[in-house]
Design a binder for this molecule. Structure first.
Ligand SMILES: [Zn+2]
Length: 345
């Protein structure tokens, strides 16, 4: 797809999407005087001029402009405006006729109603603009999104690329018109547009949860609803945190002296730090449960827990003095920690 598809060509030329060819030419000439390197003097801007030139070339080529308009929804809007003005003219005409024909209020109402009936329910073979349009709803799009555990706990933003499709407005998704292949969509029945959008993933999502972004699914046609976009969350594994249902599981490293003496340690979670009290004489593998510090369930009626598993870790290096102190401890300690192991049968 040409890269100008993602630009707002009308804005570049200071125009509305329904600008006429004359208006496009007029605006182009004005902008050339403002930015062209040969005529604009110190205001000249070669990059801006190139953009203007590109927009002008696309929009003055009938076929390219139509393609561009279709992809950006302008084509549909133009057709809608044209139909509206045809309908409005017809309506006014009928009102005029009805007024001439009606002598009394009752007759006037009857006359109007039959005029409107003719206008909106005209039979087959009438002009194309009054044919009832097929309403097509856009489908939902599901995409997988991988986030870290930290992001799941704290919330995050992502830019995602989505391929939106919409039913072809020319053949209304039927692929063929009067037996021949539709020329606008080349018989595929749909048109696609790549779009980058920013999505917000709220804090506290759990594995496999679906985040709904309204109306960013595939586009509807003729008043049909746009689909929604669903992000299906995959939480990457992490050595310290894991999320299970609504519980947060945390592996907490502590030093041997914290295990013996007890400590207050802080853990980063939900964008803030929580303080956890480790009781003295805590062994490796011991679990601590912090009620209500997990994730809210979907209907926000209950919160999970945080379950901490303590792991005693040794420093990578010990100084000579530390080693000497451990030696002293060894000399002092009379406790046989493997007494039960030795007696095991
Ligand atoms: Zn088509």
């Amino acid at each position: 797809m040409a890269n100008y598809y993602n630009k707002d060509l009308y804005k570049i030329l200071n125009l509305n999407f329904d600008a006429t060819l004359d208006e496009i030419k007029q605006s182009y000439r004005k902008l050339v005087r403002e930015y062209h390197p040969d005529v604009a003097g110190e205001n000249a801007d070669i990059n801006k001029f190139k953009e203007i030139q590109e927009a002008y070339e696309v929009l003055t080529n009938e076929e390219n402009r139509k393609k561009y308009d279709v992809l950006h929804g302008f084509y549909r809007e133009k057709i809608r405006k044209q139909e509206e003005s045809v309908r409005k003219n017809k309506y006014e005409e009928y009102i005029k006729k009805a007024k001439i024909n009606a002598n009394t209020q009752e007759n006037f109402t009857k006359s109007i109603n039959s005029a409107l009936d003719n206008l909106f329910h005209s039979g087959k073979g009438s002009s194309k603009t009054t044919e009832p349009k097929r309403i097509i709803h856009g489908q939902d799009i599901n995409i997988n999104i991988s986030i870290s555990c930290f992001e799941a706990l704290n919330g995050t933003n992502r830019k995602v690329n989505i391929l939106h499709t919409q039913p072809c407005p020319n053949c209304e998704g039927r692929k063929f018109i009067n037996g021949s292949q539709c020329s606008m969509c080349n018989g595929s029945g749909q048109l696609s547009l790549q779009k980058k959008i920013n999505v917000k993933i709220p804090k506290g999502v759990s594995q496999g949860s679906k985040v709904r972004i309204k109306k960013e699914g595939n586009k509807g046609l003729n008043g049909g609803k746009d689909g929604d976009l669903y992000l299906i969350v995959d939480i990457e594994k992490n050595p310290y945190f894991n999320i299970e249902g609504n519980d947060i599981l945390c592996n907490l490293p502590i030093t041997p002296f914290e295990a013996v003496l007890g400590a207050e340690v802080s853990i980063p979670v939900f964008g803030e730090k929580i303080t956890v009290k480790i009781p003295s004489m805590t062994s490796s593998g011991q679990k601590l449960k912090l009620s209500g510090l997990g994730i809210e369930n979907n209907n926000k009626t209950k919160k999970g827990d945080m379950i901490i598993t303590v792991q005693i870790k040794l420093p990578e290096k010990l100084s000579e003095k530390e080693k000497a102190l451990y030696n002293q401890l060894k000399e002092l300690s009379k406790y046989n920690i493997r007494k039960d192991l030795n007696n095991a049968k």
